[in-house]
Design a protein around this ligand. Sequence first.
Ligand SMILES: [Zn+2]
Length: 472
Amino acid sequence: MEGDKELRNRAKATDAGIGAGTIVVLILLLVSLIVLVVALARNPAPAIRIKGQIKGLGAETKVAFEVSDPGHRIRRVDVSVSQEGHSFAVPHEEAQFGEGPRPWWKFWAPRGENSLSVVAMAGRKTLPELHEGRATLVIEATNDSWGRFFRGGRSQVLLDLPVRFTPPRADVLSIHHYINQGGAELVVFRVSPGTIESGVEVGRLTFPSWPVKESTPEIRFALFALPYDSSPAAPIRIVAGDEVGNRTLADFQYRIFPRQFHKDTIQVTDEFMNRVVPPIMSQTPGLEDQGSLVKNFLLVNGHLRAAQAEKLVELSHQTHPQFLWTEPFIELPSKVEAAFADYRTYVYNGQAIDHQTHLGFDLAGFEHMPVRAANDGAVVLADFFGIFGNAVLLDHGCGLQTLYGHLSSIEVKAGESVRRGQEIGKSGQTGLAGGDHLHFTVLLDGIPINPTEWWDPHWIHDRIEAKLAPYK
Ligand SMILES: [Zn+2]
C-alpha cells in the first residue's frame, strides 16, 4: 500500500512538472505569436514628400514628389485621380537617387536610404475623362517589408483639388514693337488673376516678365531679344501659365529688321598663343592639356568659350526684380576695334583653324585706361573668368547685365553696388586678348545682345521708357 501511494504521488509530481513546462512553452509561443502578429500588422511605410504646392488640376499639371524609405525597398508608387466614383491612373516617371537600398545579402553594410524622385502629369492632357469641378489626387507608395501581413508597408496622400481648364489671359498693352536682329525689345501686357508665370517666347528661348510696379502685379513687361543667330522667322509670342498648369500663347504685332554682321580674320601666331593660352589653362580647373599649343588654343577658344556662355546664363539668375538704372548706358570714349557679332575666322600658318562669333564690343583707348560701370548696378562677378581674363559682371535688374573683360586690375567685389561711371577696374590684356583693350558685352538673361541700342538715349526712350511710363 505504502509503495503504491508513493508511486501515485510521484506520478502526480511528474504530471505537475510536465504541466508547468507546457504552460511556459505555450506562453512563450503565445508571446512570440503576438509579437509576430503585431510586427506583421505594423505599417513601416515609406515617406511621401510633395515638392511645391499643388493648387489644382488643369490642362497639364505637374505633380512632383519624393518617396523615401530608410529600411526597405520601395516596391511601387501609384498616382491616380478620382472624380465622382471613377478612378484614373496617372502615368508617371520615377528616378532613383541617394545611395539606394542595401542588397539583401550584404547584411553587414548599413541599410541605406531608398529614395525615388517622381514626376506625374495629372491634367486633362493625360486624363481626357477629367472635367471641371473637384477631384482627389491620390499618391500611394508601398515598400517590400512584411508589414500589413506581407502586403508591404504603405503610405497614402490624398489631396482634394479644384479642376479648372480655362487658360490664363494675356492682353498686350504696348504698341510698336521693332526688333533688330541681335537686339532687344520690350512688350507690356496684362495677365489674368491666377497667372504665376509669363514672358516672351522667342524660338526655343523664354524671357521672363516682371511687374511694371509692385502694386499692380498683373501689369507686366518683358524684355526679350532676337539673338544674332536666330532665324528672323522664329515665332515671337507671349506665354502665360497659371498655378494649375493651364497655358496660353498670345500673339502680338511686331516688325523684325534682319541684320548682316561683319566678317573678320584673326591671325593666330605662336607668340600670341604662348602668351595667352597657358595663363587661361592654369587658372581654369578642369581643362586638360591637349598635347599641343594649337590644340590647347582650340580647346580654350571653342570648348571653354561655350562653357562660359552657359555660365553667363546661369549667372543671369542673380538679377534684381527692378531696373537699378534710370539713364542710358555709357560707352567708354575709345576706338571700336571689333563690333557685336563679328564672325571671326582664326588663321594659323595660312590655314583657317577655327570660327567663332565675337559677342561684344572691343574698345581700345590707352594702356590701363580706367574702365567705368556703364550704368548703376550690382557686382555679380569680379574674378578671373576664362577667355575674358580678369572680368566684372554687373547686374542692372530684370535680367539685364554687362560684362567687362581683359582687365589688368579689378577695383570692385561681388555683391557691391556701383554707380554709373564709377571706375570698376583698368583695361588690360588678360584672357584671350591680342592687346590692351576692354571687351564689353550686354546680356539679357545671359544672351549677348547688341550694346549700341543701350548706348542710344533715343532708343532707350522709345523702346523702354515711353512704353513703361503709362503704367508707372
Ligand atoms: Zn572682345
